[in-house]
Design a protein around this ligand. Structure first.
Ligand code: NDP
Length: 599
């Protein structure tokens, strides 16, 4: 029997309270010290190369989609003298690292994959696998001649502004010293793997690895879905049932002798409905189609109106339900207020989550397992997941859900995992425990970026990010952030944020080059105004302390001013931000920036 709205709220609260921990985000093991090996690259052995000491116009930090789009846009703007630096041995960012079986993007390829028209590419499916996304990243690099500008397996150690020469001095762990006029920083929001801080984790003597560094030597198989035959006689454990765990489980389930999935909080699993993209239909798309699709998706996903829903999926579904309810309530009551928005959100969310829980009952045969797999929180408290094989996997005899009822794994020892006083003996333990979330410059291990007068960006941002348009910070001339925070903050389609930022940054850099100026910096007043504008945005998706804990709400602690500034976007929303930014750079006036010095 369905619960009343009040009973549902009470159930959500009780489930949340079970999971609140005093150590919050500190419960995780960070990739530093003895755990810094978490960053090791299992895919390439870095080749020897002489250190580079030279002047360069632009250093692009990060070769994920942010750096690749940046590189493409610089080339389009006629700026050719740049290097792209990345810790990884190849381009691709998260799609380079995350090669776990089943890796796939939950955002439709037509809008997720950048520069489809420019590269002449066609996605194979509505949602494409990780290896196809990585291949697309490589295609962008090839199309725009970015490989010849790529410094891979290279970790940037520090950046220092040289006021006299108006250049950034960029040093790396390969002994490079690049003197660069401009720098763009696109290190991504989920680049640093973390481990669960479970007592005894260091004791395990079987094979253990994090999903972002998959050990195919041990498991056999490959990321192209070749069966992992080495697991056939093995007992495998997976800790973590977030977006990654959900994608990994069905694949390991097919290969492993026995699979134990250790669950602390179930994810919400909506339908996937993947299907191939028809090449004939794809060829009929008019030039300029991708920009149209991007704005269509963003508009619908953020509650706006369009004539049609081009992408039509779980991301646009929930926002359209809320939007249509708001319209109905406004029509009925003859007025609009925040309460209506809240009511529409709650009713749509209750409806959606009921559907998601009912799906568990329909798919999973064992009632106890089904009950444990039901999520009891609002859909956007955690990252929504979409999959058509995950729930099904628990019907297989070799797959065992070990539900910890919100408490998490008790401890780990040399031979396995303890939960509720029971020991699960394992040969292999896979950590699908996620990543440190946030801009690399806001975290404790921030890249040392020293601007004017010896001030570091880390100190400058001690109380939260300060930017103009999300792109630039006073006292850090010629340095541009490729971040989603303080910009569009469109989390459902991260590359769209980078596309917009790259257009704007490339326009500024090419303008500064044409005008032969040496320095571009945001004015203090523009920055102050922008930060005040961001701080006024109380409608963030993140930071709700009433939600079940996770990285969306600082593990249940909610957000203070600092976290809000680090994670909030333009108050008028992503669509308004994208339009405003395009007008700003298209005007070639670049209001709010100061240009100075001459070459
Ligand atoms: P998450 O942080 O979302 O999940 C980590 C998981 O580990 C959670 O289920 C968490 O449980 C669990 N966990 C942590 N500590 C313990 C413990 N002590 N005992 C048991 N379980 C524990 O990481 P993911 O890698 O799954 O996802 C990170 C992000 O990566 C996603 O949110 C998404 O943005 C992105 N991603 C995107 C994909 C795409 O389609 N584009 C695909 C995969 C990932 P609990 O929930 O209780 O905290």
């Amino acid at each position: 029997m369905a619960l009343s709205a009040d009973e549902l709220r009470a159930k959500y609260r009780a489930e949340r309270d079970k999971r609140i921990r005093p150590d919050g985000a500190d419960q995780y093991i960070r990739p530093v010290g003895e755990w810094s090996t978490l960053f090791d690259d299992p895919y390439v052995t870095p080749t020897d190369r002489p250190p580079q000491h030279r002047d360069v116009e632009v250093v692009v930090i990060g070769a994920g989609f942010s750096g690749l789009i940046m590189g493409a846009k610089l080339r389009e703007a006629g700026v050719d003298d740049f290097v792209i630096v990345d810790r990884a041995g190849d381009v691709g960012g998260v799609w380079y690292w995350n090669r776990y079986p089943g890796a796939m993007c939950d955002t439709a390829a037509m809008v997720y994959l950048p520069l489809l028209e420019e590269t002449g590419a066609r996605p194979s499916m509505k949602y494409v696998p990780g290896y196809e996304i990585h291949e697309h990243a490589q295609r962008i690099a090839t199309t725009f001649d970015l490989y010849e500008r790529f410094l891979g397996s290279t970790h940037i150690e520090a950046l220092r502004w040289d006021e006299d020469r108006a250049r950034w001095i960029v040093t790396t762990d390969r002994g490079d010293e690049l003197h660069s006029r401009f720098v763009t920083v696109g290190t991504g929001p989920i680049a640093r793997p973390k481990l669960p801080g479970i007592p005894g984790i260091e004791l395990f003597r079987g094979t253990a690895f994090h999903t972002s560094r998959w050990n195919y030597d041990y498991t056999g198989g490959d990321r192209y879905n070749t069966p992992m035959t080495n697991l056939a006689t093995r007992r495998v454990g997976i800790i973590g049932t977030g977006a990654t765990g959900v994608q990994v489980v069905p694949h390991v389930a097919r290969s492993a002798g026995e699979l134990f999935v250790f669950q602390r909080t179930p994810s919400s699993i909506d339908v996937r409905n993947n299907h191939p993209i028809d090449p004939e239909w794809y060829d009929t798309l008019e030039p300029g189609w991708q920009k149209k699709w991007l704005m269509n998706f963003t508009t619908l996903q953020t509650g706006g109106f369009t004539d049609e829903d081009l992408v039509k999926d779980g991301w646009t579904d929930i926002s359209q339900r809320i939007r249509d309810r708001v319209v109905a309530l406004v029509t009925e009551r003859g007025e609009y207020n925040e309460r209506i928005q809240q009511e529409a959100y709650e009713a749509s969310d209750d409806e959606k989550m009921e559907e998601i829980r009912a799906r568990v009952d329909r798919v999973v045969h064992d009632p106890t397992t089904a009950a444990a797999l039901k999520p009891w929180y609002r859909q956007l408290c955690k990252r929504p997941c979409f999959h058509d094989e995950y729930l099904e996997a628990f019907n297989a005899e070799n797959v065992h859900l070990v539900d910890t009822d919100g408490r998490g794994v008790e401890r780990i020892d040399a031979t396995g995992v303890w939960v509720n006083g029971t020991h699960y003996e394992l040969d292999c333990l896979i950590y699908a425990s996620g990543f440190e979330v946030g801009n690399e410059q806001t975290g404790d291990d921030a890249l040392p970026i020293t601007g004017r007068d010896g001030v570091t960006l880390h100190d400058e941002w001690a109380n939260g990010m300060t930017t103009y348009l999300g792109l630039a910070t006073r006292n850090f001339p010629n340095l541009f952030h490729m971040s989603i925070a303080q910009g569009a903050n469109l989390v459902s389609n991260i590359p769209h944020n980078y596309w917009a930022a790259a257009d704007a940054i490339a326009a500024v850099i090419s303008f500064a080059t044409d005008q032969a100026v040496t320095c571009v910096e945001t004015s203090q007043s523009s920055q102050d105004e922008w930060v005040a504008n961001i701080a006024s945005n109380t409608r963030s998706l993140f930071g709700n302390p009433d939600c079940t804990p996770g990285y969306y709400n600082n593990e249940g602690r909610g957000f203070g001013e600092r976290e809000r500034l680090n994670s909030t976007g333009y108050p008028l929303g992503a669509v308004a931000y994208f339009h405003m930014l395009e007008e700003w750079w298209n005007s070639r006036e670049f209001s709010g920036l100061e240009f100075s010095g001459s070459r």
